[in-house]
Structure formats: C-alpha cells, structure tokens
Design a protein around this ligand. Structure first.
Ligand code: ADP
Length: 488
C-alpha cells in the first residue's frame, strides 16, 4: 500500500525534498541542501546545474531511504522559475553555468527589443519583456558559448528551465519536457494557444528544436530509478504556481500572498486570460484535468526586507517577530507613513529611481510609530497589487491565503484584512510550494482530485476585516500621497 508522496523543491538558495503522507497531506520528513550562487560580474547571477541535480538526487535519496521506495506513489517537482540551463542532449552536460532569473546580463538586449515586438510579447506571453525571463538568456548562450553553436549544428542542443533539466537527468535523458507554468515564464510560449510561438522564437532568433515538449502540470513526466525501484515523476509546476495550487486557491477570485523578503501575490482568474493594463503579469496558474487556469501575478520588491532593515539597519528591533508587539503598543501610526522604495517601486508605479521615505514625523513620533508604519506599508503594497488585479480582470478577490516568514505577524495579517476588506486565511502548513507539487503529483496519479485540496488544508487562523472601511480607505489614500512624494 502506497503511503507517501514526495515533493522536490529546487529553489534559488536551496534544493529540498519532502515526504508527505498521502491520506492527509501531512509533512513527515524533509532533506535540504544549499545551492551556491556566483556573481562573476556586476548584475550577473549563475548556478551550477550539475550541483542542482546532484543535490536534488541526494535529497530524494534521503527521503526515499526514510519512507521506503515501495511506499512512495510518486514525485512532484517545483522549481525556481525562468532560470535557464543549456546542455548537450547526448551527454546531459551543461555547456555553461545556469543563468539565474535574477541575472541582468541581457537587460540591454531586452531594452533594444522593438516596440512592435514588445507589443507581441506582451499580448502572447502575458509578460512584460525583461531580462528576468528565459528567452534572452538562451539567446545569450547561443551568442557567447561556441560549444552551444556547435551542438546546435549537430542537432544536440537542449535548452530548458530547472524543472526540465531535472526531469531529463532523473529520467536518464529519456524525457525532454517542461510543464505549461514553467513554459509560460520563458517569453516564448503563447499562453492562449498553449504552444511555443513561431513569431516569438523569431524575435529572439531561437530554433524550436532546442526547446522541450510542453506537458500539462498534472502530466506523468516519466520514471526515475531510486533504490532499485522505478518511481513515477508526475506533477510539475513553477514555485509560485505550486504555492497557489498548494494553498488550494482553485476557484476564480482566490488568491495567495507570500510575505517573504518581497511580496508575491497570485490571483486565480479562472479561465479568463486577463490582459493587464497596469503592469501585472498574466500567467498560467496550472493545468490539470484537461483545464487551464490563468492567474495574474504581481510583486513588490520589499516586504520582510523592510522589517529586516528596522532590525539590522536601524537597530530598532531585536528580532523581526518583535515588530508585532512594538506595533501593537500604540493605538495608531500617529500619522506616520512609510514607503519601502529601497530599490525603486514596482507595480503599479514602475519607478526604479524612487527611494524610501517616512512622512508625517513630529516630535511625538516614537519608535513604535515607525515600526507600525513599516508593517502597514507592506499591507498597502498588497492593496496596490490587488486593486490592479481586480481592475484588470473584473473579478473580485474572495479570500487570500497567506504564507512566508512575515505571515506569522498577527498585527500585519489583521491590518491586511482591514485594508483589503477580505479575509486573510493563514494555514497550519505554510510550506505551500512543496505541498503544491506533492498534491499535483497525487492528482496526476488519480489518488486525489483537485476538488479535495481545499478540504485537506486546515486554517490555523482566519483574520476577518474589522473596523470602518471608509476609515481604512482614508489611511490608504494617505499612503498613496506618501508614494507620490517618492516619485517626484
Ligand atoms: P524568503 O523566503 O524570501 O527568504 P521568508 O519567507 O523566510 O523569506 O521570510 C523572511 C522575511 O520575513 C525576513 O525579511 C523577515 O524580516 C520577515 N519576518 C519573519 N518573521 C516576521 C515577523 N514575525 N514579523 C515581520 N516580519 C517577519
């Protein structure tokens, strides 16, 4: 009797494997390995794809040893998105280091893309053309790595995202495939026709033959052999999408918000492929059971990092968690507002030159007001994103599931519910990315149906909106005024 599902989470800083109990979705065991990053030039970020694979295999082995190969139904995979690996299809050897999503080496190339092409990219991929996405990174490899060109001439070149490379290696080169969510971040994939787009490939001068086949997120990708047993790899999706799925945000208007270093909001728009006029990204949420679900995605660069700055930069806090009690020690922000524009402002302002700011300081302003203003600013940034998404899609946000380090902050979660006027649901299990991959695996193998997932997720606490809506609206407008001052 199969008792467990495994999830492999190949993140930016670490690779982890998790064992979940099939019946309950409960976490029972985990293994983790750090991944080195190198920064060979300013703005460049690289990783070693071999290291990612070896460490992934190590973590999987560790989990299989714990659970027993005969007890494992399958492995689901989730991964850092957009990062590119280019390799020799015959040997599996990468031709150069993996170019990580954060790498800016192709920003000039992207800035030179013609207006007409930008319009096409926007319309077909749902993305805002940027060095962040995979296409220009693959182009860079073809232009700068002679071996890549030789292999291309020999018909042996493969290019893919991290999921694709891991599936290829784990299946000993038998399977060359990616899933729709990962494909949707390459800037080469048409999210409406669900296929690689010839015209987009032409814009970047890339041949289609080097790209993988694209499967549904709930497809069976292949089998890997561990401890003498063949285990199915089933269910693959990018990390943000896995979190959306793992949080059980399966209905139109369901959203998940991650409060980590930055803020990540994903909003399920159902079968509507909503085009954003406000700089949000349109992406594939997941595809399962023959149905494709779309999502809008928005992020703010700084969230938990602002709390970290209070702690380490200003020395106002001993720990990040202390911010909760400090903020609650005053009954209001005392008229103080903060804009966390340390590295410019993202959506919907898109101003790289904006910098952080406190407004409304008086002689009675104390440490607690400043700490409170910083926490409040995180909630306002989420409100900025959710407003855009609601306007772009014409769909109202129903409820938000939260995760990430700062979601432990009760003050922030309650304030967030008040500012948005929707409930914030904090689950017991907040490792939703890996869980999402495990659940997608279980769906793929027909062991559960997607409809079971919301029921499998238990809430630790639900923060329902409190206070006067109009008053919170006035607070938000004050915040917007503070933002305007940073844009001068
Ligand atoms: P990431 O995955 O982006 O590294 P995490 O999800 O681990 O981030 O969250 C860490 C961030 O959350 C840090 O920036 C930290 O300052 C912030 N944080 C952690 N706990 C709290 C808390 N209780 N209140 C506010 N911020 C917190």
């Amino acid at each position: 009797m199969m008792k467990y599902i495994l999830a492999l989470d190949a993140g930016t800083t670490s690779v982890r494997a998790f064992v979940y109990e099939l019946k309950t979705g409960k976490f029972v065991h985990g293994a983790s390995q750090e991944i080195k990053q190198s920064f060979p030039k300013p703005g460049w970020v690289e990783q070693d794809a071999n290291e990612i694979y070896y460490k992934a295999a190590y973590c999987l082995n560790e989990c299989v040893r714990f659970a027993g190969a005969e007890n494992i139904a399958g492995i689901g995979i989730t991964n850092q998105r957009e990062t590119v690996v280019v390799w020799d299809r015959e040997t599996g050897e990468p031709v150069c280091p993996a170019i990580v999503w954060q790498c800016r080496r192709t920003s000039e190339y992207c800035a030179a893309i013609s207006k007409e092409s930008v319009r096409k990219i926007r319309e077909r991929t749902g993305l805002v053309p940027d060095a962040y996405f995979s296409a220009s990174k693959i182009r860079w490899v073809l232009d700068n790595v002679p071996e890549a060109r030789t292999l291309l001439e020999q018909g042996r070149l493969s290019a893919g995202t991290i999921d694709c490379y891991l599936v290829y290696k784990l299946t000993e080169g038998r399977v060359f495939a990616t899933d729709v969510t990962n494909a949707s971040r390459t800037m080469l994939f048409n999210i409406k026709t669900l296929d690689w787009d010839r015209e987009l490939l032409n814009i970047f001068g890339l041949p289609c033959e080097i790209l993988p086949e694209v499967y549904a997120s709930d497809a069976r990708f292949g089998e890997t052999e561990i401890a003498g047993k063949r285990i199915p790899i089933a269910g693959v999706l990018g990390d943000q999408q896995a979190a959306l799925f793992g949080q059980g945000c399966l209905g139109e208007g369901d959203g998940k918000i991650t409060y980590g270093t930055g803020l990540f909001l994903l909003f399920n728009t159902g079968e509507t492929c909503a085009e954003s006029k406000r700089g949000m990204l349109t992406t594939i949420g997941y595809s399962a059971g023959g149905k494709t679900v779309y999502a809008l995605e928005g992020s703010a660069f700084n969230a938990g990092s602002a709390v970290q700055w209070l702690r380490d930069g200003l020395g106002l806090l001993k720990t990040s968690a202390e911010s909760e009690a400090v903020a609650e020690s005053v009954t209001s922000n005392g008229g103080v507002y903060f804009v966390p524009a340390f590295t410019g402002l993202g959506a919907p302002y898109w101003n790289p030159d904006a910098r952080g700011l406190f407004t409304g300081l008086t002689r009675s302003t104390g440490r607690a007001h400043m700490v409170r203003a910083v926490l409040e600013s995180i909630a306002y940034a989420a409100r900025d994103l959710s407003c855009c998404m609601e306007e772009d899609s014409g769909i109202c946000l129903r409820e938000l599931k939260c995760d990430g380090g700062a979601s432990a902050n009760n003050f922030l979660m309650q304030f967030q519910a008040n500012v948005l006027g929707v409930s914030i649901n904090r689950p017991v299990e907040r490792e939703s990315t890996a869980l999402g991959a495990a659940l997608m695996c279980a769906v793929s193998l027909g062991l559960i149906s997607a409809q079971d997932i919301p029921r499998m997720r238990s809430s630790e606490r639900i923060f329902t909106p409190q206070g006067d809506r109009e008053e919170y609206e006035r607070f938000y407008q004050e915040y917007r005024r503070a933002v305007e001052r940073t844009l001068l």
